[in-house]
Ligand binder design. Structure first.
Ligand code: MLT
Length: 247
């Protein structure tokens, strides 16, 4: 088992992920929001790469059972029912609903990795469960940091470094790439105070400026759920509701 961290999606096109096991991380906030939506009973989350596609996909679905969610510049898009705050995706709002989901970086990163053999979504919220699951799967893993506009983002890399560290703690024989080692070093540097690290990142500052400070606190919580979203070829669902079939 070898772990590789992709520090941004820039150098990996869709075909790169073919037959791979991939974990997508967008701590602020898309991966945290997907986990929140599914944990609160959403039937599925369909990640899309463009706003136009989100509207098109949702147009072909049953009105009351489908919600479009997501953001542009951190704010809800006009005509969308929901933004990209994990706190908006309450049970009352999302239970049994299909969510069509577009975000600037996170949903695009998930869509980019869609040819993976197994594709999971991780944040601090479900990190320990994710580490345990990957150990069980015992395959090489690509950890894809969604980053920001195809560039590096500290929060995704620190989360990736924490995931690498937890996996290594559970299985010392796991091999890691140079980028995984670098991510681990960043986790060691910033991991003692995750909320502070998030507040000080470029995207954290943007979120605070736009009134989303509470989201940052929520996104910083470690191991609050064992729920793991996985991509079934069409949509993200909760792993243990339908086991992954190995292709
Ligand atoms: C993204 O996908 O770029 C983020 O989730 C943006 C956000 O915080 O809304």
């Amino acid at each position: 088992m070898k772990l590789n961290v992709l520090l941004s999606p820039l150098n990996a096109d869709e075909l790169y992920f073919t037959q791979k096991t991939t974990v997508v991380i967008d701590v602020l906030r898309a991966s945290t929001t997907v986990i929140s939506a599914l944990s609160n009973g959403a039937k599925e989350v369909i990640p899309v790469g463009t706003v136009e596609f989100a509207v098109k996909v949702s147009g072909g679905m049953f009105g009351g059972q489908t919600l479009i969610g997501g953001e542009r510049n951190t704010k809800r898009i006009e005509g969308f029912a929901l933004g990209n705050s994990p706190l908006e995706y309450t049970r009352e709002t999302v239970e049994n609903k299909t969510i069509v989901f577009y975000t600037t970086n996170g949903s695009k990163a998930i869509a980019r990795a869609k040819f993976s053999n197994e594709l999971f979504v991780c944040s601090f919220n479900n990190l320990l469960g994710m580490a345990q699951r990957l150990i069980k799967l015992n395959k090489d893993v690509e950890i894809l940091c969604a980053g920001h506009n195809n560039l590096f983002s500290l929060e995704d890399t620190v989360c990736a470094g924490m995931l690498v560290g937890r996996i290594k703690r559970l299985n010392r024989s796991v091999k890691i790439s140079d980028s995984s080692m670098a991510a681990q070093v960043l986790y060691e540097k910033f991991g003692d105070d995750i909320p502070k690290m998030l507040d000080n990142t470029e995207h954290g500052k943007r979120l605070i400026q736009n009134g989303f400070k509470k989201d940052i606190e929520y996104c910083s919580r470690y191991n609050i759920t064992k729920n793991i979203p996985y991509f079934d070829g069409n949509a993200l669902k909760l792993l243990d509701q339908k086991p992954v079939e190995k292709k």
